[in-house]
Design a protein around this ligand. Sequence first.
Ligand code: APR
Length: 315
Amino acid sequence: QNNYKVTVCGAAGGIGQPLSLLLKQNPLVTDLSLYDIVHTPGVAADLSHIDTKSKTTGFIGADQLGDSLKGSDVVVIPAGVPRKPGMTRDDLFNVNAGIIKDISNSIAKNCPKALVAIITNPVNTCVPIAAEILKKAGVYDPKRLFGVSTLDVVRARAFIGHALGVDPQSVQIPVIGGHSGVTILPVLSQSQPLFKGDQATIEKLTVRIQEAGTEVVKAKAGAGSATLSMAYAGARFAGSLLKGLNGEKNVVECSYVQSKITEATFFSTPLVLGKSGVEENLGLPKLNDYEKKLLEAAIPELKKNIQKGIDFANA
Ligand code: APR
């Protein structure tokens, strides 16, 4: 087909703008739809002067949400309130949960077959909310709903690549679980090239990957959370969804999806992406004893995060 409509919900934000810029450069996108409650006409006018083939249209305000989504093949959602210093991702919960609920209801009406990728935090909880809302509307397909945990993989590749003195782009590493603190499980024992070191070194890198979002929040000192790296990761993930839709084979990304792999009903593992979204869940990579302990710590936290989303959606 080679010809797709992508909608960014929250396109005027710190993540949304660079994400839209990167998507504007993706040759598989023909129709780039930018939705936000502010500024999208300007962002769209600006991007529309870039000499790539996609048509860029801005939609502003809740009244235009439906039109922005209509017929979308892929919807990427960074809409929400970002973290400020001292805030955890969960503090954002009430505002962001409401936004996800509204957008999910509109997706159900306007593009029920779209592949939906959620960036809005807390991702661990926002994805189950969207699932419940889509379920209530009778259009939920677990193969088509994703939490974007690509930034955890991107960070792990950057940290390992620079530590080993190799090109980060050549590093392969599964990062599984969820997208917050202890739920993030970088499987360093399976990294290629292998990240070797004593246990203290392994633990230090593991914790750095788990807490990398906080590293950025602190460094930005009040100006928000990760935006540019998140936009890069979001564009890479959306690009992989589009490649899968377009029939490319062996497109693999780790993403947070409904899953029977562990006791947590949503869990990130490597997935093969294809025409209908998740083509195959590749399951848990081999874990060493330390990683098994991390998994044991992640599961109860994830289950809590998931239940919170289910309760919110059904309240
Ligand atoms: N519908 C659409 N867009 C909305 C809505 C809504 N109901 N409410 C807010 N937005 C928009 C804002 O207008 C803003 O343009 O979402 C955008 C958010 O941008 P920023 O405030 O700059 O936040 P950002 O750093 O991009 O983070 C957004 O992604 O990673 C997560 O934790 C982060 O949840 C946060 C989200």
